[in-house]
Design a protein around this ligand. Structure first.
Ligand code: PRX
Length: 657
């Protein structure tokens, strides 16, 4: 980590916003002053200005029972009404909401606000017919197609709670999430296009719901609603399964959006923590929508009449929730929705889409930028990217080299870059430059947004001061903060609030440092959470998957730095003797990589699996992952004196070589 800090210290380039950009920017510096003068009044103004309230709120924040906050609690709203109906009622029904591009070229659909509203109303009626209403949980396991957005909004419209499960997760992962939330309905598709072929989804749902007899888990799912997209063969369970195209067009077109309290749960989104069990992060309605809408508006500088926004995240992640579904639609924006992968059928696919739709704002992840860098500038150079006027980054620290490449090759040195730091738990952006206001610095996420209070502190919670590294904390409650972990209030308190209980700070789990200007530089996670291509993975979760394989006696997983993906999963595995006798180490390693992919999902598949004879342990039996990381990153192995057996590391190093 220290070489990274040194490296960051040398970065002193700054880019001031152009007068042209600043003149038209949504944000201006007065936002900081207003928020600093009265933080709660500032958020109340945003909530009132940006959203429609069926019942206006009179209370803003209740923090009398920390860490359990409520925002705008006596107000009532309907989240879907805010994203849809009100735009149609304001005369903007013909505005395109979704410029959908399928992965196979030529596959496209334009969906207006009026059309999306109509679809969501019908689907809300279908949900009603299926008995889904206030407080019920609905799992959504879908490709990036307009119906996925409609599904989220219809669930929100009836006051139910969605749990979107990334389509790349396995049947087992889906099952665990369905069970934890007690979902009554699953909305899915037969399959979706990825990497030039149909990747099946419905078959995984069938697997997730199969063989529950004897598992001790009570089946909660009553129906499975299926969109036809991949046209792949699917099995059908009569009475349980329904085709979307059979029921949605036939449902009544009228549906009046009912108001729900601001603190009505909106969704659960599972994310990896430091244990093997993913956490169901719970978000509610009014505060979440306020901050998602506000940040999308001021950080992405949304001008709904003229912009074409494109956030490349999948709806299975928080970025897809806040900056595909909720923020942009509440702002009445027009956005691109792309089903497939960046390099299918050719490496210039994204830039072709930017050119085709005249995308003005692009929001993506550093890992994507780094993989484009690797392919070379000649690919984007083939396309007209002159429509791009603002670029965003999210998901992991963006290294200055990638930042500069993004600026020069994609943004033509004109488009400002906003590097936005936030988390599934924060619900919306927390630290970012404001375009048109902030002088940007390659590699730094920079300053807390107006209305957000953060600090960098030491283990005791004391401010570290400029020039020093420490832990990132959030010092005041914010509207889109998580309200809990589904079904586990103790874990909520323990994970985020216990460490700095005395100060009442939220512990983010990220290392950070403040430079001499007071700008924040993020340094990665300080816990056993890895960040692979901007996706969060838990070392423990992958270790449990590995030891779940009958060949494995013991396993340790580390995140090793990787040029393209930020970090990569590297596993050290002790295999049982009988398996070692019967198989080659290479064959075992391959089989275990595949196994993890099947257990959790392809994103969790280790880059490397090393079959070793022993693992480095302290005298108390704790695995020293730090040393394994040294080996995985090809470094000299660090201090081994606390190991029970100091010879272990030389054996492992030799084996790995
Ligand atoms: O370590 C931080 C990193 O991603 C983590 C949150 O992951 P997740 O909940 O999956 O949400 C990702 C999308 C918001 C954080 O704890 N992270 C996210 N954005 C940045 C970042 N690290 C540095 N700079 C960022 N801009």
């Amino acid at each position: 980590m220290s070489s990274q800090i040194d490296h960051l210290l040398t970065e002193s380039r700054k880019f001031a916003p152009s007068a042209e950009f600043a003149a038209d920017a949504v944000a201006d510096a007065s936002l900081y002053e207003r928020a600093a003068a009265d933080r709660e009044a500032f958020w109340a103004d945003q909530a009132r200005d940006l959203l429609h309230w069926h019942t206006p709120f009179t209370e803003v924040l209740d923090w009398s029972n920390p860490p359990f906050a409520t925002w705008f609690a006596d107000g009532e709203l309907n989240v879907a009404y805010n994203c849809l109906d009100r735009h149609v009622e304001a005369g903007d029904g013909d505005r395109v909401a979704l410029l959908w591009e399928g992965e196979p070229e030529g596959d496209e659909r334009r969906v207006t606000y009026a059309e999306l509203t109509d679809e969501v109303k019908r689907l809300a009626n279908v949900l009603g017919d299926l008995g889904i209403g206030h407080g019920d949980r609905v799992a959504i396991y879908m490709p990036m197609i307009p119906e996925a957005i409609a599904a989220m909004l219809a669930v929100a419209r009836v006051g139910a709670i969605h749990s979107v499960v990334f389509g790349g997760f396995s049947a087992d992962s889906l099952r665990a999430r369905i069970d934890d939330a007690g979902a009554r309905l699953v909305i899915t598709a037969d399959g979706g296009w990825r990497k030039g072929k149909v990747s099946p989804l419905k078959p995984a749902v069938d697997m997730a719901l199969a063989d529950r007899n004897g598992s001790g888990v009570q089946e909660t799912v009553e129906h499975v609603l299926v969109v036809r997209r991949g046209e792949n063969a699917v099995e059908w369970t009569e009475g349980r399964d329904l085709w979307w195209h059979d029921v949605v067009p036939r449902a009544a077109a009228d549906h009046v959006a009912q108001p729900f309290p601001a603190e009505n749960p909106l969704f659960i989104l599972y994310t990896s923590g430091t244990t093997g069990k993913p956490k169901g992060i719970l978000h509610t309605s009014g505060g979440y929508l306020t901050q998602a809408t506000f940040t999308n508006r001021v950080v992405h500088d949304i001008h709904p009449d003229t912009d074409v926004f494109w956030c490349t995240a999948d709806i299975g992640w928080i970025t897809g929730h806040s900056y595909v579904t909720y923020g942009p639609l509440a702002n009445g924006a027009t956005q691109v929705l792309y089903e497939g992968t960046p390099d299918t059928p050719h490496p210039g696919r994204w830039w072709e889409i930017v050119q085709k739709y005249g995308v003005t704002i692009l929001y993506t992840a550093p890992t994507a930028i780094r993989s484009f860098m690797k392919i070379g500038r000649q690919v984007p150079a083939k396309f007209d990217l002159s429509s791009l006027r603002l670029l965003g980054s999210v998901g992991e620290p963006i290294n200055p080299e990638a930042w500069m490449w993004y600026r020069k090759i994609i943004g033509d040195k004109k488009a400002p870059i906003v590097d936005t730091w936030w988390q599934t738990e924060t619900g919306a952006m927390m630290v970012s430059a404001l375009p048109g206001v902030t002088e940007t610095k390659p590699g730094s996420a920079q300053v807390p947004l107006p209305g957000i209070s953060i600090d960098v502190v030491d283990e005791d919670g004391a401010h570290v001061g400029t020039g020093n590294g420490g832990l990132l904390v959030i010092t005041e409650p914010w509207p889109s903060m998580l309200r809990g972990i589904w079904g586990d209030p103790e874990r909520f308190v323990e994970t985020y609030w216990q460490k700095f209980q005395k100060q009442g700070y939220y512990f983010a789990g990220d290392g950070a440092r403040l430079d001499d200007d007071g700008d924040v530089w993020f340094l990665g996670r300080v816990d056993d959470v890895m960040n692979v291509s901007g996706h969060r993975l838990s070392t423990t979760e992958i270790e449990s998957a590995l030891v779940g394989n009958e060949a494995v006696a013991e396993a340790a997983v580390v995140g090793a730095s990787d040029e393209t993906t930020g970090q990569a999963v590297v596993a050290f595995v002790i295999v049982k003797q009988s398996y070692l006798d019967a198989h080659s180490p290479a064959g075992l390693a391959d089989a275990l990589r595949t196994w993890v992919g099947e257990q959790i999902g392809p994103i969790a598949r280790p880059r490397d699996v090393y079959i070793v004879g022993e693992l480095p342990k302290t005298r108390s039996g704790k695995i020293m992952r730090r040393l394994l990381r040294d080996v995985a990153e090809g470094r000299e192995v660090g201090d081994t004196t606390t190991l029970a057996d100091t010879a272990v590391m030389s054996v492992i190093s030799a084996q790995v070589k």
